[in-house]
Design a protein around this ligand. Structure first.
Ligand code: CAA
Length: 258
């Protein structure tokens, strides 16, 4: 697929998707949604890619869903076109880890996209918000659920009901982002994390990600049962043999994803 709203690159074992609609501060429109889904599918199918980074520009990760595209849409059109939902499903259930590298505006659907990823690295200039209330709607891409799980009911309620934005330092303090770095370094920092992940066993990474995500969905006993099954499963992988043998032989493991 030819991309007009995103740029897709591969650097070693990392796939990098850059949102690229600078004229609209990377607002998410249906074309971008289609392209993101296609890019994520192709990076998932590519066995050489072990971790994905989703990023934007220094000025804006994304200012949210494209308001100009939605202004004349009614509820039936939103429901029948499933506006955005295939993207939230795709990112939320993506098998490989995704690191969001964000800077500048991280608003509305932009924040929801970042929160659907697994790790968030922020530039010191990042501002986070769910401003949908200011335009007469509410978050529709998981914001009420994911932000509440990330920072707790009271802070989430204030952001969602008043449209209040928080800066990168606050986001770090609240546990919404993994790291805050100078604006020149946010993509580099994301690459460092992605590179570390990409060195591990892709099988173990995939199952560990699934287990952590399960913790947000089920009770403790069910979650522990799920974890145990995946843990046992890993004992039949070649990567487990390689990892444990490499430890004993005092060498670096060569994980193949088998
Ligand atoms: N949709 C469409 N266009 C957008 C946009 C959006 N979400 N955000 C910014 N733009 C456009 C602006 O219209 C402007 O285009 P023009 O030059 O053609 O007018 C351009 O991007 C630059 O924006 P501004 O001139 O407004 O830049 P600024 O620096 O003064 O302000 C901003 C930046 C605070 C992010 C402001 O643009 C803004 O408030 N944007 C809207 C944020 C928002 O409400 N997001 C939520 C969308 S709804 C949603 O996401 C629903 C959901 O849950 C899925």
């Amino acid at each position: 697929m030819e991309y007009s709203t995103i740029i897709v690159q591969r650097e070693g074992r990392i796939g990098i998707i850059t949102l690229n609609r600078p004229e609209a501060l990377n607002a998410l429109n249906s074309q971008m949604v289609k392209e993101l889904i296609s890019a994520l599918d192709s990076l998932n199918q590519d066995e050489s890619v072990r971790c994905v980074i989703v990023t934007g520009s220094e000025r804006a990760f994304s200012a949210g869903a494209d308001i100009k595209e939605m202004v004349n849409m009614n509820s039936v059109q939103m429901a029948m076109t499933e506006h955005f939902f295939p993207l939230w499903d795709k990112v939320g259930r993506y098998p490989k880890p995704i690191v969001a590298a964000v800077s500048g505006f991280v608003l509305g659907g932009g924040l929801e996209l970042a929160m659907s990823c697994d790790i968030i690295v922020a530039s010191e200039t990042a501002v986070f918000g769910q401003p949908e209330i200011d335009i007469g709607v509410m978050p529709g891409g998981g914001g009420t659920q994911r932000l509440t799980r990330a920072i707790g009911k009271y802070k989430a309620m204030e952001m969602i009901l008043t449209g209040k934005r928080i800066n990168a330092e606050e986001a770090y303090k609240f546990g919404l982002v993994n790291a805050v770095v100078p604006k020149e370094l946010f993509i580099e920092e994301a690459k460092k994390i992605a590179t570390k992940i990409a060195e591990k066993s892709p099988v173990a990474v995939k199952l560990a990600k699934a287990a952590v995500n399960k913790a947000l969905e089920v009770g403790l006993t069910q979650g522990l049962d799920f974890e145990r099954e995946l843990f046992y499963l890993l004992f039949s992988s070649e990567d487990k043999q390689e990892g444990m043998k490499a430890f004993i032989e005092k060498r670096k493991p060569d994980f193949r994803g088998r």
